[in-house]
Design a protein around this ligand. Sequence first.
Ligand code: G
Ligand code: G
Ligand code: MN
Length: 365
Amino acid sequence: KENDIMARVGGDQFSIILNNLSCKDHISSICSEIINAVKSPFLFNDGKIFISTSIGASVYPFDGADAGTLVKNADIAMYSAKENGKGLFELCNSIMKDNSGQAVGLTNDLYKALEANELEVYYQPQVDITSGFIVGVEALLRWHHPKLGMIRPDVFIPIAEKTGLIIDIGKWVLYTSCVQKKAWSEMGIANLSVAVNISVNQMRGREILKQIKDILAETGVNPEDIELEITENVLIKDRENIIQILEELKNMKLRIAIDDFGLEYSSLNYLKHLPVDRIKIAKPFIDGIGRNIGDESIISAIIIIGKELGLNLIAEGVETEEQLQFLQHQHCDEIQGFYYYKPAPASHIEKLFINQAQSTSGTHH
Ligand code: G
Ligand code: G
Ligand code: MN
């Protein structure tokens, strides 16, 4: 209509202001018209080009009293429309507004979490497949949120990545794990490696090298007892830089493991070029043991190739006796999973070692 406004706000984004609508239903009919109009092919260089549109809308005064809030809520609705497919329209609703409010809140809270001592490192034991003894642990971060309770890293690590907080948090996890390793050594727990997850963003630039050098110097931990877990997708971006960093870490005598192996990028070729010590076979393959011959074949192939390349192999997320037996049969070296132990606070892990020591000295069975 004549008194409506349409503006290009940047890139392929446009804003439309509809004035004096008598009811909300009009919005959806107008949006459908726009979506359909754009849907018909554009002729270009003798060819046809198809373009799809996603629209989100907010309504004054229900979805905001000022322009900023209205635009923000329309944006949230548009992203929701995009997630649901292409060529769709969505009106902002209170669930969307709450969710995005929560994400904003969580981000703000995460800024304070480190200083407020809300982060804790849990450890999950890694077990030698023949002896059943604990030979290592993986450090897994937990956030004890003052209001929301315990939050898992799948929720807040992505936020930490987006905000850049991962650098400080990652450094803290490394430091805490090294201090813990030192304390365990002093308690007489020997031959225990500690694995720490390192995310893609921590591998950008050379900051990680300095961090690790400083932490090793300060704690006096033997670098050979620390393993860094990187996922395969670390290798997709910025490959040259990352390979160089891995090589320097290797020269510092740290161990490197490839986490979630087989899931994404999975080029067997990089295994022979990379300074890797160990492969962690991803849980989805382990889940397929006894159910899916394809998963079983992939596991045995990974183990055979890994061994040929002189790598150590660990299976993740082992939950059943059947999975354990299959992996024993395939000569996997170690396993990690709920079948033996869940991730737990350091104090709990110590008790496991004490029990293990007692059972090997023959006083307990
Ligand atoms: O425990 P689990 O829910 O513990 O962990 C979920 C995911 O979060 C895993 O993929 C794990 O690799 C990742 N994760 C756990 N702790 C850390 C950490 O300290 N740093 C990074 N970058 N990822 C972590
Ligand atoms: O991606 P990464 O391998 O770092 O993830 C480790 C994750 O796997 C953590 O979330 C940990 O809590 C989880 N985990 C470890 N063992 C098991 C298991 O046996 N079953 C399930 N469901 N999750 C597991
Ligand atoms: Mn891991």
